[in-house]
Design a protein around this ligand. Structure first.
Ligand code: EPZ
Length: 419
């Protein structure tokens, strides 16, 4: 398993191009199963998770061609409506092929995704929504076996709490359902509106994506279309924190402040200046050290759970005491003991981590526990004294495109050790 070796303590200066958003790209890719036309997706990030999704779509019958960051998908015929365990267990977003297969073919057998390092992550809301739309669903030996022999129909779906995946899944399936589907308490993450834009380009009728209530009027068929994936707000927020831990000034090309929600206020309060300029965001730290800030992770536009580990890295050397409360996933503090190995003073009590900022972290051997936690460790390493070795880099390869290259060109000393 590859490792990253980082020599910390060098301020970062330069430009980082922000890639297309992984969590939007994966759902937009699933949309190809809804049509026999050609879907052309630009600004695609080249990531391990995207490759995994491609493998799944290809085994369902899609042809795929990648040219630079443009992906052309063509699911002319669906050759299999089964998504096997091996392809779904490694990546939860794969589960979102269930709705499109069901809507187009009237049946699907998709493995349950299972839990993961950040929590149990059930899919009950996905299944309740599909059932309300007329799907007959059975669970058998770890698989969801779903049928809609007479097609799906529109329904009123009222989610008891916000779920990004369930909102997207319902929206995908509803595009081809008979009649109107209304989603109440829908997620408002920017990826929802991005998926809706793609589906609309394919002929779907969707109103309100990005708001709490979404109306989808089913159509008889979708056609091919073109879509450009929006910039990755989590990659943006992560690199925006880099000058906070290491000093310096970065220009984050393609980045958009409006996608960051409450993260903007939290970073500014911590002493990181973010300025939207033409073509991107300029970011620098005010003064020598960031200030402690309390944050609470919440659905968009709240502070994103996917930036929580990175923010903990920032707070580890901030001036003062910060309380970080995680409300989305129950097990998402596994990075705290890894930061402690670098000299951070963090105590975790249930869903709250209290971070007492120290002046400087010290490089150490640490282990990445999930994708975003890995980025938190990289940030900590960039600011630390001496060498940090981040083990299990495959997590990073799932979701941060060309990470070392982007950081090296801004002056970071970071190297991949292949093993
Ligand atoms: C998406 O996951 C993202 N993944 C996650 O990013 C992100 O952390 C999360 O949204 C929240 O923003 C992708 O888009 C591929 P949810 P998702 O459904 O859709 C519970 C990353 O690092 N829940 O909004 O799975 C669930 O367990 C990843 O890129 C149910 O109980 O998140 C969680 O506690 C990590 N039943 C909460 O809801 C359900 O049926 C919110 O999850 C569905 C969800």
């Amino acid at each position: 398993m590859d490792k990253l070796a980082i020599i910390g303590g060098r301020p970062l200066f330069g430009e980082i191009a922000i890639s297309g958003a992984k969590n939007s790209a994966l759902k937009v890719m699933a949309a190809t199963l809804l049509t026999d036309g050609v879907l052309t997706i630009s600004n695609m990030p080249r990531l391990a998770d995207v490759d995994m999704m491609l493998r799944l779509l290809m085994q369902h019958g899609a042809d795929a061609k990648f040219e630079g960051s443009v992906l052309t998908l063509h699911a002319k015929d669906i050759v299999s409506t089964e998504a096997p365990y091996d392809l779904v267990r490694k990546m939860r977003a794969s589960f979102n092929v269930l709705g499109p297969l069901l809507a187009r073919e009237g049946k699907a057998k998709v493995s349950l995704p299972g839990g993961c390092a950040i929590g149990a992550r059930p899919v009950d809301l996905h299944l309740k929504a599909l059932t309300a739309m007329g799907a007959e669903i059975e669970l058998d030996e770890g698989y969801v076996i779903a049928a809609a022999p007479n097609g799906l129909h529109g329904a009123k779906i009222d989610f008891p709490f916000v779920s990004v995946g369930a909102t997207e899944h319902t929206m995908l399936a509803a595009t081809l359902a008979k009649g109107e589907t209304v989603i109440h308490n829908a997620a408002r993450e920017p990826e929802i509106a991005d998926l809706a834009d793609c589906l609309t380009a394919m002929g779907a009728k969707i109103e309100g994506a990005g708001e709490s209530t979404i109306h989808i009027q089913g159509v008889g068929a979708l056609h091919g279309g073109e879509h450009s994936v929006l910039p990755d707000r989590i990659e943006t927020g992560s690199y925006a924190m880099a000058p906070g831990v290491a000093g310096g000034e970065l220009f984050l090309r393609h980045a958009r402040l409006d996608l960051l929600g409450a993260a903007v206020g939290a970073l500014e309060e911590a002493g990181i200046r973010l300025e939207q300029q033409e073509g991107g965001i300029r970011v620098r730290r005010e003064g020598d050290r960031c200030r402690a800030v309390n944050v609470l992770t919440q659905p968009f536009p709240g502070f994103p759970t996917d930036l929580q580990a990175q923010f903990m890295a920032l707070m580890a050397t901030a001036d003062g005491v910060s309380a970080i409360k995680e409300t989305i996933f129950e097990g998402r503090f596994m990075h705290a003991p890894e930061f402690a190995r670098m000299g951070a003073n963090i105590s975790v009590d249930g869903q709250t981590a209290t971070v007492r900022g120290v002046k400087r972290l010290k490089g150490a051997q640490v282990m990445a526990t999930d994708l975003r936690a890995s980025m938190g460790l990289v940030l900590a390493g960039l600011g630390a004294e001496g060498q940090t070795i981040v083990n299990r880099v495959y997590h990073l390869d799932r979701g941060f495109e060309r990470l070392e290259e982007k950081l090296i060109q801004c002056g970071a000393l970071i190297e991949r050790i292949k093993e």
